[in-house]
Write a protein that binds this ligand. Structure first.
Ligand code: URA
Length: 434
């Protein structure tokens, strides 16, 4: 079948056959299918979706474009976590060492920031010396040695996904449930995880704004990963406001370190403990055991010790775990103050994330260079009372003019009013529910 006929079938609402999907993806990787042809098919998928057989075939084609890591010689049930992305979402930085400190190995392949959302690899890259460009051998060696390894996708793992993702990012074809499900699943299956916990975000700072869509995405990913033998659970969590108080790479590393030391914002701690418990349950612990072990590891400092060990093994400066002033900082701290009395009704988290990108905490184009010290700290969250002149946030900037401009716009992200507001529940739903 020609690329033309393949695209036309999808455009007309017919399904594509497994062999044709494999050839089309392979053709894109080897250059015989052009960007414009692949984009046209992606857009047709956005409108017409995929059936189960197509989804499995497409996931398999993404995986088969690269290596599949075999971690079977590393003892223990290996569990990873994936977040669909949010603002201030530094969960992985605390979660992976915590779970490893409880004796469950965590192989974690993560991404860079995307659109308004931050990425684990950008956050880790703000640690002086820390390497995320590991070879397969190093990934396995570090996992074996410390019980966790954190790396970027790189050119070996699902290279077709890397190429297609970049295309989707510029052709408005990211927000498609089958395309997201295949992209996430392929990487997690290829990295060799045996278990996976999904943190599917819902709200203004998430890619999926509605609970119904997030639930469908979670169920779709579960259906794919389970077909490939990866035991998977999902938690739907709130992203209608930033998680914790820090937004921006080094600021988020510092907040994750606070959490690892048993302190830090309550919402971050609760979500980290929830996801860690789910990972331990997948590895065979009872619910009670999992809750107790994870809490103890956080409060005893065991998780922080594991984080320090991981940073050292991956080439970073382990002293950052004890002294966050060694992380990159910002020369200017600009306070944003409330211009009236009231209660925070709502935070426009998408807009706040985009302001972070403008400040340098994320990328507008693939070539942009991240400013690791740039970002925000947030003092007031939904439901909090504010008084005129009180600080609601601080902009951390290395370019004063840009920082001042963004500080003026940041205050518009906070809607204040007279009504008492209860923030949305942090943990919305578990799938499967139990
Ligand atoms: N994250 C991914 O890895 N892939 C997607 O398609 C969306 C988010």
């Amino acid at each position: 079948m020609t690329p033309y006929d393949f695209i036309r079938r999808k455009k007309e609402g017919q399904s594509n056959k497994t062999g044709d999907i494999n050839r089309f993806v392979q053709g894109y990787v080897d250059g015989s299918v052009a960007d414009y042809q692949f984009s046209a098919w992606l857009m047709a998928v956005c409108f017409n979706g995929m059936n189960e057989e197509e989804l499995i075939a497409y996931t398999g084609a993404l995986m088969d474009s690269g290596e599949r890591f075999d971690l079977s010689d590393i003892p223990g049930f290996k569990v990873d976590k994936h977040s669909t992305g949010g603002v201030g979402d530094k969960v992985s930085l605390a979660l992976a060492p915590l779970v490893a400190a409880c004796g469950v190995p965590v192989p974690m392949v993560s991404g860079r920031g995307l659109g308004h959302t931050g990425g684990t690899i950008d956050k880790l890259s703000s640690i002086p010396g820390f390497r995320t460009d590991l070879s397969r051998g190093e990934f396995k060696q570090f996992l074996d040695k410390t019980g966790l390894a954190m790396m970027g996708q790189g050119p070996r793992l699902c290279p077709a996904d890397g190429m297609i993702y970049a295309l989707r990012d510029v052709t408005a074809t990211v927000e498609s449930i089958p395309l997201i499900a295949a992209s996430v699943s392929a990487k997690k299956i290829a990295e060799g995880a045996e278990g996976l916990v999904l943190d599917v975000k819902v709200g203004s700072g998430a890619f999926m704004k509605k609970e119904k869509d997030s639930e469908e995405l979670a169920e779709t990913i579960i259906s794919v990963t389970e077909r490939f033998g990866v035991r998977t659970r999902a938690v739907l969590s709130d992203m209608s406001q930033p998680l914790g108080r820090a937004v921006g790479n080094a600021l988020e590393v510092a907040e994750a370190i606070e959490c690892l030391g048993g302190k830090g914002p309550d919402d971050l701690r609760r979500l980290v403990l929830e996801l860690a418990a789910q990972m331990l349950i997948l590895a065979g612990r009872s619910e009670d055991q999992a809750a107790k072990e994870t809490r103890d590891a956080l409060d005893s400092g065991k998780a922080l010790v594991k984080f320090r060990e991981m940073v050292a093994v991956q080439g970073g400066n382990p002293r950052i775990a004890d002294d966050c002033s060694l992380l990159p900082g910002a020369g200017f701290k600009i306070q944003v103050r409330a211009d009236k009395d009231g209660i925070v009704q709502n935070i426009d988290t998408y807009r706040l994330g985009m302001l972070g990108v403008q400040l340098g905490a994320g990328r507008r184009t693939k070539k942009d260079i991240i400013d690791p010290g740039a970002g925000f700290t947030i003092e007031k969250k939904t439901g909090d009372r504010v008084q005129t002149g009180e600080e609601i946030a601080t902009v951390h900037a290395n370019d004063e003019n840009k920082g001042q401009k963004i500080a003026r716009e940041l205050s518009d992200c906070f809607e204040t009013g007279d009504h008492e507001v209860l923030p949305s529940p942090l943990i919305i739903k578990r799938i499967p529910s139990f």
